[in-house]
Design a protein around this ligand. Structure first.
Ligand code: ADE
Length: 239
């Protein structure tokens, strides 16, 4: 997977993504990160990339030229027109199934806005997907781009050490993950649920599934509508 991030703050992206699991994935060449400074495409010696909005109003807008030229540099490099994700609170809310869909691509372009936004014409020309990470307003698209890169990367084979873990946790079957415990078996008088020490794998699996269901009903009842439940799950819920 090649990520191309069009941004005015490339160091924010490289510092973030070069860390921890995504950093190791870059070292292992499982993902590749290309943070592109839109200012390098300003076309003027002052490096100006923003201007006042026509019609008046607060703040500055990113001009279409630098954004378009930075995008074109990616198209020239890879030889085709990739999906371009614009990070905006006006987009579709990001979720796990969108991440699974984006993970199938060979290249993804993330367009990060700043100031009060980007000239609408260039958005119409290049953006294929408008994506929000939630109903709140951030100062720019860099953190949302990093959220998406992190979520997509862990779905790529080899990125997580444990290749079953991406499949088996939160949001599989649209249920929340069950509670987990490690040593010590007693912590300040609180014991690990005894069933986890029983060595009976079938019982442990059943207990975990039930805990997932209980937790989802309590914390995220909205997810239950979309949950993939077995006959056994339904029997458990009904009693
Ligand atoms: N840019 C500013 N706020 C955002 C959000 N919530 N999601 C995506 N991009 C954004």
């Amino acid at each position: 997977m090649n990520y191309h991030v069009l941004t005015l703050f490339p160091e924010m992206i490289t510092n973030g993504v070069n860390t921890s699991i995504t950093g190791r994935a870059i070292d292992k060449k499982l993902i590749n990160l290309n943070a592109i400074n839109i200012r390098d495409f300003s076309g003027n010696k002052h490096g100006q990339v923003d201007d006042y909005p026509y019609g008046g109003g607060a703040g500055m807008l990113m001009q279409p030229g630098p954004v378009y030229r930075s995008y074109e540099s990616v198209v020239e490099k890879i030889g085709y027109k990739p999906r371009v994700i614009y990070l905006t609170p006006q987009g579709e809310t990001f979720n796990q199934s969108m991440a699974e869909d984006f993970a199938k691509e060979k290249d993804l372009v993330f367009l990060c806005g700043h100031y009060e936004g980007i000239d609408e014409r260039v958005l119409e020309m290049i953006v294929t997907d408008n994506v929000s990470i939630g109903d709140y307003v951030l100062t720019g698209g860099e953190l949302p781009a990093m959220v998406m890169i992190d979520t997509i990367s862990r779905l790529i084979p080899g990125v997580l050490n444990n290749n079953v873990s991406a499949e088996f946790e939160s949001f599989n079957d649209n249920l929340l993950e069950y509670p987990q415990y490690t040593r010590p078996d007693t912590f300040m008088d609180k014991k690990v649920p005894p069933i986890l020490l029983s060595g009976d794998h079938a019982k442990v699996d059943k207990w975990r599934r039930e805990q997932s269901i209980i937790r989802t009903i309590k914390r995220r009842p909205d997810l239950m509508e979309k949950a993939n439940l077995t006959k056994e799950d339904i029997k458990f819920i009904e009693k």
